[in-house]
Design a protein around this ligand. Structure first.
Ligand SMILES: C[S@@+](CC[C@H](N)C(=O)[O-])C[C@H]1O[C@@H](n2cnc3c(N)ncnc32)[C@H](O)[C@@H]1O
Length: 308
């Protein structure tokens, strides 16, 4: 009798579990069935809710549909790089600088790394705001994403941190503030990363040097391009990215520049993707120095350092 009632209660628990699991599966299925083309098979509904891509009751609205489209748009650029990195090694390591809430890392993990089935592939998020680091750690635990770590470090500190492995394959920095993008480039060059993906934020440093040197008699009539304060800022921002591209080329990378379309939370939508190809360095190095000289930016040489 005792054995039977024990068995009955066990069966009852199992039945409850089955009912709950079926209800969960049904809820997920409902969400997927509602938007079969937008939510991909295996994608974590919980994560999409956390990222406010799905509403609390698991629905997509017009806003979140746009957000999801943007995320996929960025993913389509990064996924082939991860695949390519895996043609020469068994696991891929990605570092995301200025990670913020780490939504890029989480999406990449959910869509790509999760499928790797527990190999040594890993995503590291680097972020100076401790509360964001803590939150990301908690979320990764809750979602059971063991291949994600978050470090409360500045990008500059991460270059020498022993919390990161020596071999990093992909470096990303999405709207990392001001010169954090430049530190991310330095990090990637130190680590000899195969791929670098940057969506720069506004960088004020070059504009401030242009502003400071405005009175200097540069013979070039092109100085008109940055005479007005608004133009100084915009041209400074444009030149910064030009110099970053030349710097990457000067280190043997092939660089492509494109636009991250419809990225709503920022006006800064330039997407720079650099792939290491061991290309000739002399010409881009010369060009970089010429641009610095022409624009009176010689003092920026250490920021945009080139190979010795
Ligand atoms: C504009 S948010 C972008 C966050 C995220 N990458 C995104 O695109 O949603 C910039 C983040 O970079 C962090 N940050 C700024 N400077 C940094 C630095 N030098 N090192 C590490 N994190 C930095 C900020 O705390 C912030 O969370």
């Amino acid at each position: 009798m005792g054995r039977n009632s024990n068995k009955d209660s066990k069966t009852g628990n199992q039945a409850d579990y089955q009912v709950n699991k079926q209800a969960d599966n049904q809820a997920d299925k409902d969400v997927r069935q509602e938007q079969p083309h937008e939510i991909r098979p295996g994608q974590s509904i919980e994560l999409l809710k956390e990222l406010h891509i799905l509403t609390r009751d698991g629905k997509l609205n017009q806003d979140s549909r746009r957000k999801l489209k943007q995320v996929y748009h960025l993913y389509q650029f990064i996924e082939p790089l991860l695949q390519e990195a895996l043609t020469t090694r068994s696991a891929v390591t990605l570092v995301d600088h200025g990670a913020g809430k780490s939504y890029l890392g989480f999406i990449l993990y959910d869509l790509f790394f999760k499928q790797r089935g527990g190999d040594d592939s890993h995503i590291y998020g680097i972020e100076t705001r401790d509360e964001l680091v803590q939150k990301s750690e908690e979320l990764a635990q809750r979602l059971d994403f063991p291949g994600m770590s978050f470090l409360n470090l500045s990008v500059a500190e991460s270059i020498t941190s022993d919390k990161l492995p020596a071999q990093i394959d992909v470096v990303t920095a999405l709207h990392a503030c001001n010169t954090a993008t430049d530190d991310a480039i330095r990090f990637a060059l130190e680590k000899k990363a195969q791929f670098i993906v940057l969506v720069p934020c506004c960088q004020a440093e070059v504009a401030s040097v242009l502003r400071k040197n405005k009175g200097r008699a540069l013979s070039n009539p092109l100085t008109e391009i940055w005479r007005h304060p608004l133009h100084t800022r915009e041209f400074g921002s444009q030149v910064t990215n030009v110099l970053r591209c030349l710097q990457l080329e000067a280190h043997g990378y092939q660089v492509s520049v494109t636009e991250l379309v419809g990225w709503e939370h920022s006006m800064k939508n330039e997407l720079i993707i650099a792939s290491y190809k061991d290309l000739p360095r002399r010409r881009p190095t010369e060009r970089l120095h010429e641009v610095l000289q022409t624009l009176g930016l010689e003092e920026m040489q250490s920021r945009f350092f080139t190979p010795a």
